[in-house]
Design a binder for this molecule. Structure first.
Ligand code: PLP
Length: 481
């Protein structure tokens, strides 16, 4: 952003916050404080980023006030011409950027995008054939008895996804999530020795289980996936391949993942968030092959209500940013920096799941420090290092305490961190974890939550982080009083 644009953005934010403060000053204060906190901490949460002022400003407008259920040119409300422009442009950018035949930009979040995908697949592969068999054009023409049997068919399909502790997401068939309840689900994991995806094992499970939906994609797997192989597996068992690229969409957009590592040409349906490595507003999207386009297009009213028009507008702006060569450079640096971070840990004796990374994230196994993920996450937070605890494969500490900490490079790469800074970040993290010990419970037993960090370590690391952060300010030029 040029200096003069940064000045304009500062004025815009100051004015907006003043208007907000006139109604509820505590919200204006919390918003200002959030910027100060984000500026002052090392944000290593792999699913977070810093969207540009252009993306953020796009969300604060009256587009939010318009109802626009339906699709472009086919709305259930009058006066949607401007929303049509916004939605059509966001979808066009998405199709062009990802080389997808079809894009649906209405989902409010990643979970919504996955719900749209699941129900589109069920509509395409279960409902439509059933309607044809029963001689009906739509469900309204079914008798109660027909509808009862269709409901039974829709509710008895199978889904195979990556298990949560191997790095999959809740929505990939985890039992407490609706995906694990509405589908008969089974999960594939990773190789117990290498921690890597074992495609032969996935294929064997798919042959045995014969899922309708094979889900690929992850939240905490630090490696690339061969989507051509996943498609081969899906085709062999007659499954639909759905890829959830929420985490690595930025690396696909930035052409770091190409060929077999690019899910778009291989999957029937691809879902994503727009706010992680893609660096857009909070939201979701579905990309699909032609065969599924009409079903995905019915996301509203199938599982969605009115679209968030202001967020669709911000998606269009973010996708316009992601088309640039500058964004491609950013995406490559995200991956390079993850390697620097991983090497920084390995050279200091820390243990990483899979022994490294080739995407945007690193999964640090903190059991070698004698800590749970929860203790490590808290000790790091005291030192101004923001991470999140995460299960490791076959985690003995379960999904709440965990044995891992997940770290990602998208956010700090946006600030301009490079190899040296990420090596220093690894050094600081190892310093905190090596000087932290597990605490005890009130009864004197070993605790999975409490911890004690050596005197002065948190302050020292905070000061060292501040030096790095000062070198790479967040939103440089954005001067908020
Ligand atoms: N899919 C994956 C792989 C994710 O990692 C996440 C969020 O972390 C989601 C879906 C859900 O996204 P949201 O929080 O926007 O619903």
């Amino acid at each position: 952003m040029s200096d003069s644009l940064a000045k304009t953005a500062s004025t815009a934010y100051d004015a907006a916050l003043e208007v907000i403060a006139s109604v509820e000053p505590r919200i204006a204060a919390a918003t200002r404080q959030e910027l100060a906190d984000q500026r002052g901490s090392l944000k290593l949460i792999a699913s977070e980023n810093y969207a540009s002022p252009a993306v953020l400003l796009t969300m604060g407008t009256w587009l939010s006030d318009k109802y626009a259920e339906g699709t472009v040119g086919h709305r259930f409300y009058a006066g949607c011409q401007n929303v049509d422009t916004v939605e059509a442009l966001a979808a066009e950018h998405a199709r062009e950027l990802f080389g997808a035949p079809y894009a649906y930009v209405q989902p409010h979040s990643g979970i919504d995008a996955n719900l749209v995908a699941f129900w589109s697949i069920l509509a395409n592969r279960v409902e439509t054939p059933a309607l044809a068999r029963l001689g009906a054009k739509n469900v309204n023409e079914l008798t109660e008895a027909d509808w009862e049997s269709l409901r039974h068919e829709l509710g008895n399909q199978r889904l195979l996804g990556m298990s949560l502790d191997a790095g999959g997401h809740l929505t990939h068939g985890f039992r407490p999530n609706i995906s694990g309840k509405m589908f008969h689900q089974q999960q594939y994991g990773t190789d117990p020795v290498t921690g890597l995806l074992d495609y032969d094992a996935v294929a064997a499970k798919a042959r045995e289980f014969k899922p309708l939906v094979l889900v690929a994609g992850y939240s905490a797997y630090p490696r690339r996936v061969d989507f051509a192989k996943m498609r081969e597996i899906a085709d062999e068992v007659g499954a639909v391949l759905m890829v959830d690229m929420a985490h690595f969409a930025g690396l696909v957009a930035g052409k770091v993942f190409t060929g077999d590592e690019d899910p778009v040409p291989h999957a029937h349906v691809v879902t994503t968030t727009t706010h992680k490595s893609l660096r857009g507003p909070r939201g979701g999207m579905v990309l699909a092959q032609e065969e599924f386009a009409a079903d995905v297009d019915r996301g509203c009213p199938m599982v969605l209500g009115g679209p968030l028009s202001h967020v669709m507008a911000a998606k269009a702006v973010a996708l316009a940013e992601a088309r640039t060569t500058e964004f491609q450079g950013y995406a490559q640096r995200v991956a390079d920096n993850a390697k620097s971070l991983a090497d920084g840990f390995l050279s200091r004796g820390a243990e990483l799941v899979t022994g490294g990374t080739d995407n945007h994230l690193v999964l640090l196994d903190v059991s070698s420090f004698g800590l749970t993920g929860r203790q490590a996450e808290s000790a790091l937070l005291d030192a101004g290092v923001v991470t999140n605890r995460n299960s490791v494969p076959a985690d003995p500490n379960g999904a709440w305490y965990t044995s891992g900490v997940r770290l990602g490079t998208p956010a700090l790469t946006t600030r301009g961190f490079g190899h040296d800074e990420f090596d220093r970040v690894a050094e600081l993290i190892v310093e905190v974890l090596s000087s932290t010990q597990a605490g005890t419970t009130k009864a004197g037993g070993p605790s999975k939550a409490s911890y004690v960090t050596g005197d002065g370590v948190a302050d020292r690391v905070r000061a060292a982080s501040a030096e790095l952060l000062d070198r790479h300010p967040l939103y440089p030029g954005l001067d908020l009083a």
